[in-house]
Design a protein around this ligand. Structure first.
Ligand code: FAD
Length: 456
């Protein structure tokens, strides 16, 4: 059997891994016009491998841990050395209250003590315990779900930075069903969200929540590519333009080569073009997926000039604070192996859905503005950084807006009807974290194998 994979990000590479694992005799070609690994990129910074995009994966969604084990990388995985986070609110860095589930409080007393909410906002949050059940039949925005139970301060100051931060999105547009399904399920099941979540607090889970290879996520990609080459996978440095069902079964790529199946693991706008001719409805649906652009700036300073609070891995900046910065990672606290002793490396994020200010600035201005905001958060003026690196990620974060999952289901149905030998994978659909992308690549590979229409 011959299979094509369009897109060499982690989803496409995972699809190739599954295709060759499930069918060792399969011939697989991966088409990737850019960098293998896609959003995963670990160039050197001050002589050490320092991720310029994602820097760790969740362990509670097991696919990334599982893939690393299959690649023999289990012994290279590290957990962050610092575990607590803060919020920059009201001119001060404040500890995130304990027991939050995606920003939703487990205990009202903890959020009262944090000082992140006003007394009125904290009182409103407590009303969750006495308000009647909120009926939620359809998908709603994360903001709607949370604000109805806890009021707008919890929604804007805690949930928006946490959930919005994960997706570079806005809680008032993100789909609750797609981004916080556990909160939606709890709200549907129980009268009080607070009581419903008490039993699900992540504090009961064991082991680190995040892991990453010691040499960065690029190491996972490098080893995966090495193993794929050993399995005979071919890589072609070209973009796929279109896939069409072939007479007699299977598909053709760009009107030429014939395959028994194809996994389309390019981002939704590119996937829309690839399947347009064979499944126009699916293509139209794919074009509706919107994206946010972000910039990630890595800077290093003498450790004494950036006094990152001990044990703190970084801080979030609520959208309502109106800053350019969306988050700061005290990288030397989180990943001590990223810097020399006596040096402090920070990674500052800017840009979110409908906020292009950071992407519109040139590198120098962006660095100056973010360093200025970091100084303001720490209450001191900072010296010039010793090194800086700007990574721009245009249209990088798919926005799962309200109704996203229904739209994805209908895209998949249209595509399957056009050809079961073509399947979609990647961050645009059912989870944008690395484990979810790996899972989607592997599922798509299995679906394409199951379609099993041999080319004649
Ligand atoms: C700055 C940043 C930080 C992040 N942090 C984290 C984190 O810490 N943890 C986490 O779990 N996730 C994180 N994410 C999310 C995660 O990294 C991505 O969702 C995931 O890597 C996407 O993988 P993918 O394979 O779906 O897509 P991509 O990595 O985008 O790969 C798709 C590939 O398709 C290729 N392509 C495009 N058009 C075509 C075509 N016509 N033919 C063939 N190929 C094509 C592209 O060149 C690209 O390489 C982060 C993302 C970003 C941008």
């Amino acid at each position: 059997m011959r299979y094509a994979v369009a897109g060499g990000g982690i989803a496409g590479l995972a699809a190739a891994w599954e295709l060759t694992g499930s069918d060792p005799a399969a011939e697989v070609v991966v088409y990737e016009p850019g960098r293998l690994g896609g959003k995963i990129h670990t160039p050197d910074f001050e002589g050490r491998p320092v991720d310029a995009g994602p820097d760790a994966f969740l362990t509670r969604v097991p696919e990334a841990v599982q893939l690393c084990a299959e690649l023999g990388l289990a012994d290279e995985l590290l957990a962050p050395a610092a575990g607590s986070s803060m919020v920059w609110w009201g001119q001060r860095l404040r500890p995130l209250p304990a027991g939050l589930v995606l920003g939703v409080p487990g205990k009202v007393s903890a959020i009262v003590r944090s000082g992140i909410l006003s007394p009125l906002g904290a009182a409103r949050a407590g009303l969750d315990l006495v308000l009647p059940r909120t009926d939620i039949a359809e998908d709603v925005s994360v903001y709607d779900l949370v604000a109805r139970r806890f009021g707008k301060e919890v929604a804007l100051r805690l949930v928006d930075p946490l959930v919005g931060g994960i997706h570079a999105g806005r809680a008032d547009e993100l789909s609750a069903a797609a981004t916080v399904p556990q909160l939606l399920a709890a709200a549907r099941k129980s009268r009080s969200l607070l009581l419903a979540l008490r039993g699900t607090s992540p504090s009961g889970a064991t082991g680190p929540i995040f892991l990453t290879p010691r040499d960065g996520l690029g190491r996972m990609v490098a080893v995966l590519v090495e193993r794929l080459v050993e399995r005979g996978v071919a890589f072609r440095d070209v973009a796929v333009r279109y896939v069409r069902p072939a007479p007699g079964g299977g598909v053709t790529l760009d009107g030429g080569e014939r395959y028994d199946g194809a996994v389309v693991a390019a981002p939704a706008p590119a996937a829309a073009g690839i399947v347009e001719g064979m499944a126009p409805d699916a293509s139209a649906g794919l074009r509706l997926v919107d994206y946010a652009s972000v910039a990630l700036v890595t800077m290093s300073f003498a450790a004494s000039s950036v006094p990152a609070p001990e044990g703190v891995n970084g801080f979030l900046v609520p959208r309502s604070a109106g800053r350019l910065m969306t988050a700061c990672s005290f990288a030397s606290n989180k990943w001590p192996h990223w810097s020399e002793p006596g040096t402090s490396v920070v990674r500052l994020s800017a840009g979110r859905f409908r906020d292009h200010r950071a992407l519109d600035l040139d590198d120098e201005t962006l660095v100056d503005r973010l360093a200025g905001e970091l100084g303001a958060a720490l209450g001191r003026s900072l010296p010039e950084p010793t090194s800086t690196r700007v990574a721009r990620w245009p249209a990088a974060f798919p926005q799962y807006t309200v109704g996203h999952l229904e739209r994805v289901a209908s895209i998949e149905t249209s595509l399957r009807a056009a050809s079961p030998a073509v399947a979609l994978a990647g961050s645009s659909y059912r989870g944008s974290g690395i484990p979810a992308c790996i899972g989607s690549g592997r599922r798509a590979a299995r679906a394409v194998i199951a379609a099993g229409v041999p080319a004649t």
